[in-house]
Ligand binder design. Structure first.
Ligand SMILES: [Mn+2]
Length: 306
């Protein structure tokens, strides 16, 4: 306590919704921002002592109103996704260091806008908590769904029009990325991860070594960076506790593992931005997945038991 002699500065959080499902194979994650707000995201964070501002949603073209649904480049809805990611980038790249942006997806393609945007503040580490590695390119993607490709683009591969969101090239470095929770990786992605020597903790690694060690090693690898972005895909969680996701894969993070992971990241006080993506209310049970994501986000930003 400083007894009011020095006025303490309240930490700021800025919430942005991106109601986008164009990058996913099934409809519904465009309702993710509403579900997360309904699950009391802002309230929960205010309770932790943050000054929270909800900036509303970023405009996303409506699927039925765009005509590049199926593209011959194996990049479905490319133009519409580029537009929404550009708007996201424009908002986030102008934020100052005094606020922690929280980006509500939407499918994971929005992270092209969010990660590139926040990385304009300085070199940024990216912790990608996900069942999937999202490093397909249009050449390797089995589906053409862009939510499986954001990291490849952020690393400077894939389609130049999408990379043009941040002016081309790579927005982040391979050595600054850590995957946690992987259990469904396509053949081309496996090659990509090996070729770029990206740190990856699969579910098998977590089973073997425990989530605490995974968290510690992740933080150690990114220790030298001033900015750390956590991109949290709801499908990293086990579908038993988070059924409302676009691409469920069995054998995911348990409630306690995910929770501890968030708490250990919080303890480092290094997290400077967050994505909460791939919540699909259509497939959910009474908004349970959005609620668990709000709990995870609260823990990530400092909610503790004692
Ligand atoms: Mn993902």
């Amino acid at each position: 306590m400083n007894n009011g002699i020095v006025e303490s500065v309240m930490k700021k959080l800025s919430i942005f919704g991106i109601p986008m499902d164009l990058g996913a194979g099934r409809r519904g994650v465009d309702m993710g921002p509403s579900a997360l707000r309904l699950a009391q995201l802002a309230n929960s964070l205010e309770t932790l002592g943050y000054d929270v501002t909800d900036h509303g949603n970023i405009a996303v073209p409506v699927a039925e109103a765009v005509d590049d649904a199926v593209s011959d480049e194996n990049l479905h809805y490319k133009a519409a996704i580029a537009l929404a990611c550009q708007a996201t980038y424009d908002k986030l790249s102008t934020l100052d260091d005094n606020t922690i942006p929280i980006i509500l997806g939407g499918d994971h393609s929005i992270s092209m806008g969010s990660v590139a945007g926040v990385s304009q503040r300085g070199r940024t580490g990216v912790i990608w908590v996900d069942a999937h590695s999202d490093v397909n390119t249009p050449d390797t993607s089995p589906s053409g769904n862009i939510h499986g490709m954001p990291l490849a683009h952020l690393l400077g591969y894939g389609n130049p029009e999408l990379r043009n969101i941040w002016g081309g090239g790579a927005a982040v470095k391979a050595e600054d990325i850590v995957f946690i929770g992987l259990r469904s990786v396509d053949k081309g992605e496996r090659q990509f991860i090996h070729d770029h020597n990206i740190s990856a903790y699969t579910m098998a690694d977590i089973d073997q070594h425990g989530i605490a060690r995974v968290a510690a090693e992740t933080l150690e690898q990114l220790e030298h960076l001033d900015y750390i972005h956590v991109s949290f895909d709801a499908d990293s969680l086990d579908p038993m506790i988070a059924p409302g996701v676009g691409t469920p894969v069995p054998g995911g993070l348990s409630y306690r593992e995910a929770h501890l992971l968030m708490e250990l990241f919080a303890a480092s006080e290094k997290v400077t931005s967050v994505d909460l993506v791939e919540v699909n209310p259509i497939l959910d049970t009474k908004n349970a997945t959005a609620e668990i994501m709000v709990e995870m986000c609260s823990s990530l930003l400092g909610k503790s038991i004692l």
